[in-house]
Design a protein. Sequence first.
Lengths: 253, 339
Amino acid sequence: MKTLRDTGLLFWRSALQLLRNPAWLFVSLATPLLYLALFTPLLRGLPGVAGKGTGAVMDEFLPGILALLAFSAGMGPGFNVIFELQSGVVERFRVTPTSRLALLLGPILASVAGMFVFDAVLVGVGAAFGFSVHLAGLLILAALAGLLAATSAAFSMATALSRKEIQGFAAVVQGLQLPVLLLAGVLLPISLGPTWLRVIGHLDPLYYLVAAARSLAASHLATTATWHAFAVLVPLCALSLAWATTLYRKAVA
Amino acid sequence: MTRAPIKATVTTTAIEVDGLIKSFTARGRTVEAVAGLSFHVAPGEIFGLLGPNGAGKTTTMRMLTTLLPIDAGSAVVAGIDVAKNPRQVRQRLGYVSQLGGADNLASGRENLALQGALYGMGRRDLDRRVPELLELLDLGEFADRRVMTYSGGQRRRLDVALGIVHRPEVLFLDEPSTGLDPQNRANLWDHIRGLAEGGTTAVLTTHYLDEADALCDRIVIVDHGRIVTEGTPEELKRKVAGVTVSITLAEAQRDEPRARTALEATSCVLDVTADGDVLRLHVADGSAALPEVLRALDGVGVGVVSLTLAEASLDDVFLAETGRSLRDGGPAPTGGRHR
């Protein structure tokens, strides 16, 4: 039960670090709200939602932003690992008998928890502008978003551990960001694209979350989109966690 | 999950290193960073690994602290085999890395409490231990300030405190005083001495001769992954040049030849060189040679203005053993493996 205790300790450590970083808090809150503020007017002209009012645009658009938040929530822990490798924190912990899994789970869970807070703010603001809140759907969506955030956090931490330098890590993250976000149809529906684009879209894990998010937010609970999302995200999360733990167990030079 | 009990053999040594080897491969070239090191450290001893950058000091320390796998040879720390039982040995050793690694956004107190908890210490134990450490390392005043506001010396003392939260039997310090001003260095040394007096065994790496000299009970000088020589600072220095005696003569031009002849005739003086008004003699043992030197000069009626003794430095030892000066540093043969 050392793992559980250590995870709790390191969760609080990470959570406190996030709370004590006002710049990070501000940007994390401002970015999704800016998306809403700047994109919603733009999307009003889109076929299908045109003329239906702000609420309808929100219903279409806000679930995608929740998915985007899940993806980007996971990047923070990776950057932190790079910093902590260079400042000796990782080494300090590695010499203690701390559970190796806890070293990963603490920051991952903290970033997921942080994401939930920002999600709640986003949904609250969205609701004020006409987003229709369906609680059951949003709770299932929260589970899926948590899975994706944990996957992306484990992936970013493992990438950071193997790259060790900010340049290598940033190259991987930025290289992935555009295709992952675009193919998932976060900002623009992928259905606007040609067949080949839609086919590649299916290789993008975020695509499944976005699809499920749209149907769940509309209160369609047991759709194939939801099942597909669970079927993709559960094993993917397990895989990325296993990969990261293996890396952590091996020498982190 | 039950484990076989670990046999912690009660020995008179805190560390036993035998034939330790580590090689790295970089760009198709394999370099032995540690090429068969063997040494023992007694409990309560302050032991120094001295050598230039790239000598293999840090690599050795990283193997002893479970951070790097051992290629060959054995290392037993606090009675536990490092390679076989890394988890158990972690509980008994403390490590202060070159970088330290305290959390900038947390206070000193919070850092210590978390570190202790990760070592499995309970709240009640920590409630006693954390204030004790803050006092021991003079951190009380800054205990609740965030570490990012600490000065270099305060931060280094916190690093040491983090290394000893769990009362380890052996404390490893990698380049403990790098980047500190002389006052803070001396202060840190006092703290390390205090720990050793309390029974903690301390192993430190350094490339500062004065640090090894001032702090260590015993030293090994390492170069290219091998031990060049071993002993107490005094022993090592005695091994080389002994003591240099500098004598300023009152009437150098008149007396120098006579003084030189008289000194060379004594049994204790190894050699004499003249440098302006000053004669420099090498003697094996300063305190034994001094009366004889003075008697010899007095015997031939040579007046002396001043006389100083200078101990041989560890640099002289390094120079004598390797043919290079430690201060030159020279290119690191393993390519700076410090992280």
